[in-house]
Ligand binder design. Sequence first.
Ligand SMILES: Nc1ncnc2c1ncn2[C@@H]1O[C@H](COP(=O)(O)OP(=O)(O)OP(=O)(O)O)[C@@H](O)[C@H]1O
Length: 505
Amino acid sequence: MINSESFAGLGSTIASLMFLWAVCRQYFPYQLENYFSKYYTKFITLIYPYIEISFPEYSGQRLKRSEAYTAIESYLSNTTSERARRLKAEMGHDSDKLILSMAENEEITDEFCGVKLWWFSRKTSSDRQTISFYPTDNDKRSYRLTFHRRHRVLINESYLPLVIQQGKAIAVQKRKRKLYTNSSSFDYTEYRKLVWSHVPFEHPATFETLAIDPQMKDEIMQDLVKFSKSKEYYAKIGKPWKRGYLLYGPPGTGKSTMIAAMANLLDYDVYDLELTAVKDNSALRKLLLNTTSKSIIVVEDIDCSLDLSGKRKTGGDQQEGNKEEEEKNKAAMGGPPPGKEESKVTLSGLLNCIDGLWSACGGEKVIVFTTNHIEKLDPALIRRGRMDKHIELGFCKYEGFKVLAKNYLGVESHPLFGSIHELLKEKKISPADVAENLMPKNESEDQADLCLQTLVKALKECKSENEKDEEEKVEEEEQNLKTNEEMLENDGIVVDNEGKENKED
Ligand SMILES: Nc1ncnc2c1ncn2[C@@H]1O[C@H](COP(=O)(O)OP(=O)(O)OP(=O)(O)O)[C@@H](O)[C@H]1O
């Protein structure tokens, strides 16, 4: 066992020997010097059987903090608060929590498989202080690991990989989660920057507050948790560690809310990918390569962002006038000037990013597409393997209502529950609409009564499933008719009042 005193003793012995060697070597013939040099090194290793590994904070590229140093720092921060005598407290680089770590020039011991090791936190300051942007120029920090040389294999092959792995996991747990977006990443040279901007992710939704079928809820949660723990399984079957979810259903049924709940369950970051703001396939690839592990990549309303013939849509079904207006607004916000060529992400480009060779880069990822119109999606885009789970979020059912009533009013039973149950059997109402009715309007005490009565009234006015189906059928027929007429008009065919087609000259 060694301690600081024996280190100091050894240090001064070695220093004396080195001094002696430096004096003597001047008088030695050249051939003898080599000979002595060899035995000098052997002698030193004999009396000092310890190996030291240094992990500097910055190495290579000056501005990039060493990953190993960061991981060791997190690893040690977990153990040092109990063992070190002098600690320093800092807000983490990427965290809103206070991080305790070893103070400079402090040493702690660690133990692995019965082997004792020493970690020393070192800071050297240059005598000549220079004005510099680089943190490395004046202060140099590093960690030094010391262990007996007979444990070299154990430390190199088992201990150090474990320290790095645990350190990274601790850093992920302590980090502040982020919501990234690419939608405002324009610059003024027509070339869109390939960067994500981000804000802290603070959405409070959880699966507990989600108003969906309880069985489906359990299934999804189990699926997600299983995925997040399946690193070895994915490696074994030779598949990239990723899972695709397609969430579909009418507006206001909780697709976005479910994404937030997924992120909160898994403790992942969210990348909200705005396809309409991506220049082309290569820009898309670079954006996706710049996403981190443990993240959910979301493309909302995929049917509105991508033309399934392979070209991007620029504005859905808008009128030309609206399109111009939107272009002007975009340009005013830093987007491309009106009339400039829009970007071209294609369906095949997107598919390539989801499950091509690129998709395996960067660790575990969940990919989520949402749509209100599943029937409009190309089967290639949503086939199993790409979108592994298709989840339909539908209109509010009684089970969902009970969750909302508990969330919004804090009630689990009420005399009006019975009639609401009956009404929900035949009426089509989205959870968003139910939630809106259940939102207390003021601070008075009988809010539950009032809100539930409002909901009953709203439900009575609501269309029943049959009426809604009938309405949707009529709307669809009208839309088909309109499209046919437009196509015929484009071909120069006029349809007269009796429905007969006449070719125009
Ligand atoms: N299943 C649900 N459980 C709990 N709250 C819900 C649910 N569905 C909707 N809500 C509430 O309604 C609001 C709108 O829901 P959300 O944005 O998730 O719907 P969406 O399906 O993504 O809608 P859109 O298709 O229009 O984007 C949310 O703020 C949430 O409070």
